[in-house]
Design a protein around this ligand. Structure first.
Ligand code: CP3
Length: 343
């Protein structure tokens, strides 16, 4: 069975001998070969150059042939950038956007959504390179941010500790908030359609900051826009929704039209599996901090999670969030060996 078939079967909630495995940021700073490439060019340059982006995407698969999916090397912030609000990295960590979006005039000054496919043509080129390189052996994942999560970066002007600006906009000027989310929803729809046409086998939507909004407002601030995107994509195309810190919304997310819910490490995955509809897959959810411990601890905790999911169909193995730069190669190897050797 190819990795791609295994992954598609898990998303279809069919029984499997073991779950497929991939991790978020699997191409990233914990890999020496990634750091070596990055020493010669900037992150944005690597993202925008298809041959480099494809190479970085494939690096973890060469080192760890047991991984079942390739995830496009890019960033959620290419959408604000394509709309005219570029990003950079702050010294000492975090994202800086070139300016802040705060008024209706700022939104009107953004580029039209029709510019997105042209500005992000390099993403389609990268996916086509990957598609031919992988030749159907591995699952090819495209992705993007959720409208809400992208709006937080655009309105806060980068990474934020308190998310006060975006929440104040939501509570005091709903028309402007909705106009921005509407624009992002349309841009993401066009972007995902382009990724699907270029060969993505599934799309993961990252609602990384969905847990920051008051519980009763999650629908209006985030989920309703995600639902609109999913409804406009081809009916049988698999979408995976990752939302951090949104445990009380898992059921609503499961009925949003997505094929799988990716859950963070704070949830007991076996309980989530029992709670959600049997035709919606779950993805997750080891604590990424484990990747900084020892291979023995990783093997033990991985086996514990696998055992808790024994007999449940519809599981994609993943970390509960992205792998960190401090992750150890030998811990990643232990994770892969334990999942691929599972009986
Ligand atoms: O998983 C993969 O390998 C695919 C590539 C990928 C990246 N970013 C590359 C990246 C994916 C799926 C993302 C998603 C992303 N980017 C999210 C959603 C996921 C999440 O983390 O919740 C968010 C919020 C972003 C925005 C972003 N980009 C942040 C917060 C950072 C870290 C900044 C910092 O200083 O710590 C990035 C940078 C980034 N994106 C890196 C990678 C490999 C690290 C870049 C580097 O320093 O080399």
């Amino acid at each position: 069975m190819t990795s791609r078939d295994r992954f598609l079967s898990a998303l279809a909630c069919q029984p499997l001998d073991r779950p497929p495995l991939w991790v978020m940021r699997q191409a990233g700073r914990y890999l020496p070969e990634y750091r070596a490439l990055k020493a010669q060019s900037s992150f944005v340059h690597m993202v925008q150059t298809p041959a480099l982006a494809a190479e970085v995407t494939l690096q973890p698969l060469r080192r760890f042939p047991g991984l079942d999916a390739a995830i496009l090397f890019s960033d959620i912030l290419v959408i604000p950038e394509a709309l005219g609000q570029p990003y950079s990295f702050r010294d000492g960590g975090g994202i800086a956007m070139d300016r802040r979006i705060s008024t209706r005039a700022d939104i009107d000054a953004l580029s039209p959504v029709t510019a997105v496919p042209e500005k992000l043509a390099y993403v389609a080129d990268t996916l086509r390179l990957l598609k031919s390189e992988l030749a159907g052996s591995k699952m090819l994942l495209g992705f993007g941010g959720s409208p809400w999560t992208l709006a937080t970066y655009m309105v806060e002007g980068g990474s934020s500790d308190d998310f006060e600006r975006i929440k104040l906009l939501f509570y005091t000027d709903r028309a402007t908030f909705d106009a921005l989310l509407e624009k992002l929803t349309e841009a993401l729809l066009v972007y995902f359609q382009m990724q699907i046409a270029a060969g993505a086998d599934a799309i993961q939507i990252f609602d990384s900051w969905g847990g920051l909004v008051a519980g009763a407002d999650y629908e209006a601030a985030s989920l309703k826009w995600i639902r609109r995107i999913v409804a406009a994509l081809p009916a049988d195309f698999p979408v995976i929704l990752y939302a951090k810190g949104t445990a009380s919304h898992l059921t609503d997310q499961a009925f949003s039209g997505v094929r799988a819910i990716s859950v963070d490490w704070t949830c007991d995955l076996a309980i989530v599996r029992r709670t959600l509809p049997a035709n919606v897959a779950v993805q997750g959810n080891l604590d990424p901090v484990l990747m900084q411990t020892t291979p023995g601890i990783v093997a033990r905790e991985t086996a514990r999670l696998l055992e808790s999911m024994r007999g449940s169909a519809g599981h994609v193995f993943n970390l509960g969030h992205g792998i960190t730069p401090q992750a150890k190669i030998e811990c990643m190897q232990a994770l892969i060996d334990t999942v691929t050797g599972w009986k």
